[in-house]
Ligand binder design. Structure first.
Ligand SMILES: [Zn+2]
Length: 93
């Protein structure tokens, strides 16, 4: 099991590699999405959208994908809306 710091390091690597797609099914994000970061059954770190939510057996991170750059007013507004409506699954903890 990865510790939190290590997990976040690997997750950011996964996201930086291609932030605009689901790392499991490789589907491109074409609209704003809620994202989920965690480990699959094989212990691989993934950043996925709802499409592959069920592959994540150890959920550690809830994020968003915005279609506007995050450092703009639109991006921030969109990110906040997405975070506020994020369908987190507390039962996984
Ligand atoms: Zn997917």
């Amino acid at each position: 099991m990865l510790n939190k710091t290590k997990f976040e390091k690997v997750l950011s690597r996964v996201i930086n590699k291609n932030s605009a797609r689901c790392s499991k099914c490789k589907r491109m994000f074409t609209q704003p999405y809620h994202t989920f970061g965690g480990l699959d059954a094989e212990g691989k770190v993934h950043n996925v959208a709802l499409c592959c939510r069920d592959y994540i057996v150890d959920m550690n991170h809830y994020g968003v994908y915005t279609t506007f750059p995050v450092n703009t007013a639109e991006g921030e507004r969109q990110a906040k809306e997405l975070l506020d409506s994020h369908p987190k699954d507390a039962s996984r903890y």
